[in-house]
Each structure stands twice: as structure tokens, then as C-alpha cells.
Design a protein around this ligand. Structure first.
Ligand code: ZN
Ligand code: ZN
Ligand code: ZN
Length: 358
């Protein structure tokens, strides 16, 4: 994320003695004279105006205030000696900075009624211009935090677990439980297939610089190619909500995190690729499987993958069961009329066979 500064704003602090709100850079309360406490918590104004005064800007940018080691007075970052006691500030401790105070508050703000006379005032004024009453800080807007997810009811969870367990049990019963039957081979069936492939146009999509040389370019559209922190030509800037960061000196910096979406051409293109366009098959009910022969291969056709399948049908007390052999060697063992022990699952599928002897 690239941080972008929008500018600086004046923060506020509330006097712990009299409750008056004071501008952040002011070191003593404008109402009662109490000095800004050491653990002062700066707050955002209801409406944060970007500072354009050059002196104030320089103050805002100079860094966090330094506490005098001897008397605790706050001094600006640029001071060498304490304005109060003259002590050397190189011994002092700089105030913390960098805390994110909240979303940058750009206007306009709603006026609020004076608690004493009801006159509508800007929430950032410390006192009512009509009656002089102190204007309290308006309650902060409800935080836009995601609603806490409801804790899932324990019993619902247990119920779901039980249902899953039951389902697993049913599956285990169906697929693991088997019956043993004795059957005789009634028929066998083999099939051997050769795929025929032909070069044919296929439409695909990719980034423009990855389109193959031999392809015919189709339609291109702009798409986000990557997101990066550095600006670039033709990149689209995407920024998050601006927020205010405490500078430790009564000012805040309004910043936003930005990234840049770099666009590139995403194109469709057409290329010739080998595709299965035909199948030539041979089948039979004996133990002499053959591959199809004399397939006509003109210039644009070629042989593709070969597929073979071997199926045995058993008769067990009048019920028929089929079984698929892995290869031609095991297929040859299932001579017509031979007896086999079949392991049959609850769905009626033969999962294993073994010779039953004579
Ligand atoms: Zn005060
Ligand atoms: Zn001092
Ligand atoms: Zn008033």
C-alpha cells in the first residue's frame, strides 16, 4: 500500500479540570489555564478542515512534541531548551505519534442544539455564541464494526454432527458391507476403441502478449493485470477511506492508502488443436479381442488414445451381475461357465471376485 498524505488537520483536547475543548496545538486551557496534561488524548474535530496556513503547516510537520525531563512541560520538536525552565530538551521524551484516530472527517457536519438554550451551533465550537454554555463533544457515531456473529447454538451443532454421523454410517453400510454369492460366467464382452483426432479451430482467451504466434486474434478487452503500490502509465488509482493519524503535536495527518490497478489487453484467439472427432470401435463376446484395423488416415486425421474395456456377466441363482476386468490377462480367466465367488455390495455392484474352484 502506498500512503498518500491529503494534508494536516488541527486536533482537539479536552481540559481535565473544566471540560473545555481546546485546539490541539494550544498548550494551556483557554478557559481555566490548566496545562495540557502529559497523557493528553488528542481527538478529532467533528469537521476536519485541511490546514492551509504555512506556519501551522510547518508546526504540524515538525514531529511530536518533547516533554521536558525536568519540569514536564511540552515543547515543540524543534526547540532545544524548555520554554518553562530552560532545561536541555535532549534529555526529554518525545510524545507518541502514529495512532490512527479514525476516518478523516470531511464536512459538512450537522449543527447540534446548545444544551442550555437550544441554539443550533457547529459541534466544533467550545462555547455557545448565544448564551456562553460549554458545548459538549457530540457522542461518536456508532462504529461501523461488523455485527458480532451469533454463537451457533450448541445443540444445533451437536444435531448436525449426529446427522453427519448417521449419513456416514449409511454410506459405510452401502459401500463397505458386502454379501458373498457364487455365480457362473454367463457371457463376456470386450470393446476396443481408437480415438481419431483432427486439427480443428478452438477459441481460447489469454493476455495479449501470451497469444501464440500462429493464432488468429479475436476481440480484446481491458482487464486488471496486476495491482501494485507504484503508480504507472494507464494505471487506475484505487484508494481506501482517508483517515487521521495523530502527529503527537496537536495536529493530525489525513492520509489514505492507495494502490494502482494496471490494465492490459485480455484477448480471445483461435488456434488449431488436435481434437477427438471420431471413434472407431471393435467389440466381441469371445476371448480374442482385436484393435480396429485399416483405419483411413488422410492428411488431417491422426490416431489418438486407445481405450479398452472387458466386461463379465455372472449368473448367481438367476440374478445377473456384471464385473469389469482390469486388463486382457485377467479377462481371459473368466471362461464361460466357470464358477466364481462374488463380493456384492448393497447397491448390487460386484466389488471383488475370486475363483470358486470346480
Ligand atoms: Zn480548563
Ligand atoms: Zn522544563
Ligand atoms: Zn446556548
Amino acid at each position: 500500500m502506498a500512503k498518500e498524505s491529503l494534508g494536516y488537520v488541527k486536533l482537539e483536547w479536552t481540559c481535565p479540570s473544566c471540560g473545555t475543548r481546546n485546539p490541539g496545538p494550544q498548550k494551556t486551557c483557554q478557559n481555566c489555564g490548566t496545562p495540557q496534561p502529559e497523557d493528553v488524548k488528542f481527538e478529532q474535530a467533528a469537521e476536519e478542515k485541511l490546514i492551509d496556513n504555512a506556519d501551522a503547516l510547518a508546526q504540524a510537520k515538525q514531529g511530536p512534541d518533547i516533554y521536558c525531563f525536568y519540569c514536564g512541560t511540552r515543547n515543540p520538536a524543534t526547540a532545544k531548551t524548555c520554554s518553562q525552565c530552560g532545561g536541555n530538551l535532549s534529555e526529554g521524551e518525545a510524545r507518541r505519534r502514529g495512532e490512527v484516530l479514525g476516518a478523516h472527517r470531511t464536512g459538512p457536519v450537522k449543527k447540534i442544539p446548545c444544551p442550555s438554550c437550544g441554539f443550533l451551533v457547529h459541534p466544533d465550537v467550545p462555547t455557545c455564541p448565544k448564551c456562553g454554555a460549554a458545548i459538549a463533544r457530540p457522542a461518536p457515531e456508532p462504529a461501523a464494526e461488523p455485527a458480532p456473529s451469533k454463537p451457533v447454538n450448541r445443540w444445533v451443532g451437536i444435531g448436525i454432527a449426529l446427522v453427519l454421523l448417521a449419513l456416514a454410517g449409511v454410506c459405510a453400510f452401502l459401500f463397505l458391507g458386502t454379501d458373498e454369492l457364487t455365480g457362473r460366467v454367463q457371457t463376456v464382452q470386450w470393446e476396443r476403441t481408437i480415438n481419431i483426432e483432427q486439427l480443428a479451430p478452438v477459441e481460447r482467451e489469454t493476455w495479449r502478449d501470451e497469444v501464440p504466434n500462429t493464432a488468429v486474434l479475436g476481440v480484446c478487452t481491458q482487464k486488471v493485470y496486476r495491482v501494485q503500490d507504484q503508480p504507472a502509465e494507464n494505471a487506475k488509482k484505487i484508494c481506501g477511506t482517508p483517515y487521521t493519524v495523530d502527529q503527537g503535536n496537536g495536529y493530525g495527518e489525513a492520509v489514505q492508502d492507495c494502490q494502482f490497478e494496471v490494465y492490459a489487453d485480455w484477448c480471445s484467439y483461435t488456434v488449431d488443436e488436435w481434437q477427438v472427432t471420431d471413434r472407431v470401435a471393435l467389440s466381441g463376446d469371445d476371448f480374442n479381442p482385436q484393435w480396429p484395423q485399416n483405419i483411413s488416415m488422410n492428411g488431417t486425421r491422426r490416431e489418438g488414445a486407445r481405450v479398452e474395456s472387458y466386461e463379465i456377466t455372472f449368473n448367481a441363482d438367476g440374478d445377473l451381475y456384471t464385473y469389469t476386468a482390469d486388463d486382457v490377462e485377467s479377462f481371459n480367466r473368466f471362461q464361460i461357465g466357470s464358477r466364481w465367488i462374488l463380493e456384492v455390495n448393497k447397491l448390487g455392484a460386484v466389488v471383488r471376485v475370486q475363483p470358486a474352484g470346480k
